[in-house]
Design a protein around this ligand. Structure first.
Ligand code: PGA
Length: 237
């Protein structure tokens, strides 16, 4: 069962998450980190950037694979997840950008891109530590509620709920892409360790469902109950 650690505030949660990621890098300098975007990891990446800048953390051998990317947004678009990762982390640490991977949202065949992405993860030796956020509907990466668990990296139609939730990052909801490429649930579940971070009262119910509800593709994150090493960090505010 996932282990739950609750925090009174976001700052303390970020500190804990950054410490767990930093210790992973310290224990295995060429770790493969699975990384997430969204608002929740921002404070975590800020701390990792700070620790690296002052010489306490070394990303030079770290490899990273991101969970997902919008279809149709070029890497340089300020709402693409590649852009987010560059700004929030990669530009601020001594990582070799050639060792950072984000699915290509412009690939002409997103499912083919997905197959290549799964092979890449395998070639890297699998993910040592996967960081996850969670959507209010229980999505992880962009694995939206569905009738079946989809294991492979694939193209996904975003739900209206996700489009609305992400509209805050765009000038207008009509600009939010309707499709994305996401790592599948096998890629996530094959990670050796999983760290899920969730922030705020609005995520309380979904975390409760993930921990104590039925394992069902209607709540994709519920599958984490079947993983042997999951830590959920939840901050109330
Ligand atoms: P958030 O998004 O961190 O911005 O809440 C998480 C997610 O949708 O996966």
């Amino acid at each position: 069962m996932p282990k739950l650690i609750t925090f009174e505030n976001y700052t303390d949660m970020c500190k804990k998450a950054a410490c767990i990621i930093a210790s992973q890098i310290i224990m295995k300098e060429n770790s493969v980190l699975g990384l997430a975007t969204g608002s929740t990891p921002i404070g975590i990446y800020e701390l990792l950037s700070k620790w690296c800048a002052r010489g306490d953390l070394d990303f030079s051998k770290v490899r990273t694979v991101n969970l997902d990317e919008y279809c149709g947004l070029p890497a340089g678009h300020d709402q693409s997840y590649r852009y987010f990762m560059n700004k929030r982390l990669f530009d601020n640490v001594n990582i070799d950008k050639n060792n950072t991977y984000v699915p290509n949202g412009l690939a002409p065949d997103a499912n083919k891109e997905g197959g290549n992405y799964d092979k890449l993860i395998e070639l890297l030796g699998g993910i040592d530590l996967q960081l996850l956020g969670i959507g209010h509907n229980g999505h992880i990466g962009f694995n939206e509620p569905s009738d079946v668990f989809i294991s492979v990296t694939h193209r996904v139609e975003l739900t209206q709920e996700t489009i609305s939730a992400n509209a805050r990052f765009f000038n207008d909801i009509s600009q939010v892409p309707k499709t994305a490429i996401t790592m599948g649930l096998r890629g996530i579940m094959n990670a050796k360790k999983i760290l899920l971070a969730a922030n705020g009262e609005s995520k309380k119910d979904i975390i409760e469902k993930v921990l104590n509800g039925r394992v069902t593709p209607k709540v994709p994150a519920s599958v984490l109950q079947l993983h042997p090493d999951v830590t959920i960090l939840y901050s109330k505010a």
